[in-house]
Design a protein around this ligand. Structure first.
Ligand code: NAP
Length: 520
């Protein structure tokens, strides 16, 4: 067993006290221990602010982008070892592990390119300059400069590599040092990434710190120039938002939380058509990839009443073909949930849904998973819960079951009704629509849009379509309401979280000289 350490103040530190144990969620074999007790968190934050911040702010976007490129290359050089760790500690199939690790490398690479395209600048000029009065001399210009604090990143257990990379890429490119904390249960991949980056010596001192184990009171140590980006449960997020220092000092907080993502089938889509097959494939993939532990996974499948029974039968057939078991086996398509707590939570969620609907496939009951000893591992089967049209169900729109679980909800076929059902989720990360009818699509998309960060328009002509569950660095990730109200990524938009927008107001030649634009 290895002991995971924190990288704080420019050195590796082992926590004190009784450590937490990390296990293989398929076999429950202990793999590592970790503790953050005794780590001086305030000193860690100060070191990042005082050493990492100035170093990064002295670099141009192109130079910061070059650091991101070197990070991506270092991870790529150790890709296979990272995949093995994700299989062992994350319960990932090899394909799930690639989704996380290769997604991390791709995201770092994408931001490296954005850095290169922003060139020698060290801050962003925001929009055109403005003449403010009758005199052309009276001028205004917005600029965005890096904040001088530290960006603290608290991640969820499901994407230890990508979660680290997508947050770190934007903060570092913007010019803020990062202290990153993975979820403890699956921290081995993130810990190994940190070791790789430290060994590669590509980051200036203090630019990247790593906390292993419990966050303790980390969010309450943040101040006005710091940023906290959190991914996890809505309850933890709400607690962070309500911290006295966060309220008092207006600490900038971004929250990525729960989401009841939907996939809506249009009434024009005939069973057996290419669009229909794509829709089925996307639902099956989203339900079973990473055992449904994706914040973007489809939870509510909304289909016209006329084809609801056909969709149910087709999904039942597809889900029945998914072999669940130890992801170290090549024939296994779906692994376990991450922890015993997640399993208990998912089982409770399935039972709650089944009180309002009907189990069409699977259940919360224990079952024999392939390649593991009886009773071992945190396994749940895929579960499809079927609802009556117009059912007065509430849990299906309020309870995110973080596992391979989806609900089938029939509707009349009217776009407005579908959008109203989607909106009952209270705000989500992504929803998908599948239709070739442009009038229906327009009404559905603009009905759903205010409630989401992203809308996926499925189409069979898109080659190698990744489906709605894949977050791309070019597009924003986040959503209103239940989803946390946050926004990450979106290409250069992602930098905004770490930048202070400032309006410069004064004499045009003076401002032009400051921002490096033409005065004339
Ligand atoms: P969680 O308990 O909120 O934990 C998430 C992270 O927060 C972990 O790193 C955890 O550290 C840390 N944490 C726990 N308590 C904290 C506190 N009081 N202050 C600061 N940090 C704290 O969430 P979870 O149950 O592990 O994650 C599952 C949920 O996350 C899912 O139900 C899903 O809804 C949501 N999720 C959302 C997204 C998204 O992008 N929107 C992505 C993934 C997951 P420890 O691990 O050390 O406790």
């Amino acid at each position: 067993m290895i002991a995971l350490r924190s990288y704080i103040g420019g050195r590796w530190i082992q926590g004190e006290g009784t450590p937490q144990t990390l296990v293989n969620p398929a076999t429950e074999e202990p793999l590592a221990t970790t503790s953050s007790a005794g780590v001086d968190l305030a000193a860690a934050l100060d070191y990042a602010r005082s050493r990492g911040g100035p170093a990064l702010r002295a670099m141009s976007f192109a130079e910061r982008g070059a650091v991101l490129k070197a990070m991506a290359q270092s991870m790529q050089a150790h890709r296979d070892a990272l995949l093995d760790l994700a299989v062992a500690n994350g319960g990932n199939t090899r394909s799930d592990a690639k989704f996380d690790v290769e997604g991390a490398i791709a995201t770092l690479s994408a931001y490296a390119e954005i850095g290169a395209s922003l060139g020698a600048a060290r801050f962003l000029v925001d929009g055109e300059g403005l003449q403010l009065g009758r005199s052309p001399r009276f001028h205004g210009q917005h600029v965005c400069v890096p904040r001088t604090g530290v960006a603290v990143h608290i991640n969820a257990f499901n994407f230890p590599a990508w979660g680290f990379a997508e947050k770190a890429a934007t903060a570092l490119l913007a010019g803020m040092p990062v202290l990153t904390k993975p979820a403890t249960s699956s921290a081995m991949v993130a810990h190994r990434v940190m070791e790789i980056l430290v060994d590669a010596k590509i980051l200036p001192e203090g630019v990247l710190s790593f906390l292993a184990g419990s966050p303790r009171d980390l969010p309450s140590l943040l101040g006005a120039q710091d940023v906290l980006a959190f991914t996890g449960s809505g309850d933890t997020g709400a607690g962070i938002r309500a911290l006295p220092n966060v309220l008092r000092e207006s600490v900038r907080v971004n929250i990525e939380a729960d989401s009841l993502n939907a996939a809506v089938l249009g009434p024009d889509v005939a069973p057996g058509s290419d669009m229909y097959e794509l829709f089925l494939k996307d639902v099956q993939r989203d339900m079973t990839q990473k055992a449904g532990q994706k914040c973007t996974a489809i939870r509510r499948v909304i289909v016209p009443q006329a084809v609801a029974a056909t969709v149910r039968d087709d999904l039942v057939e597809l889900l029945g073909a998914v072999r669940v078991g130890n992801p170290a086996r090549e024939d296994v398509r779906m692994g376990p949930l991450a922890t015993a707590t997640q399993l208990a939570d998912a089982r409770e969620g399935v039972e709650r849904l089944a009180q309002e609907g009907r189990l069409a496939f699977g259940s919360a009951a224990p079952f024999a998973a392939a390649g593991v000893d009886a009773g071992k591992g945190f396994f749940i089967s895929p579960v499809l819960v079927e609802f009556e049209a117009g059912a007065a169900a509430s849990a299906v729109h309020a309870r995110e079951v973080f596992g391979p679980v989806a609900s089938l909800l029939p509707y009349s076929g009217a776009a407005g009704e579908a959008a109203a059902i989607v909106a009952r989720g209270g705000g989500g990360l992504v929803s998908a629509v599948y239709s070739d009818d442009s009038t229906w699509t327009e009404e559905a998309v603009f009905g759903i849009a205010p409630h989401h960060g992203r809308i996926f328009l499925g189409h069979p002509k898109i080659e190698l379509s990744p489906g709605p569950g894949t977050v791309l660095p070019q597009l924003v990730h986040g959503g209103p309401g239940r989803a946390g109200g946050g926004e990450e990524l979106g290409g250069p938009r992602g930098l905004a979280l770490y930048l202070q927008r400032v309006a410069l107001e004064g004499s045009r030649p003076v401002i032009a000289k400051l921002v490096g634009t033409q005065a004339g």
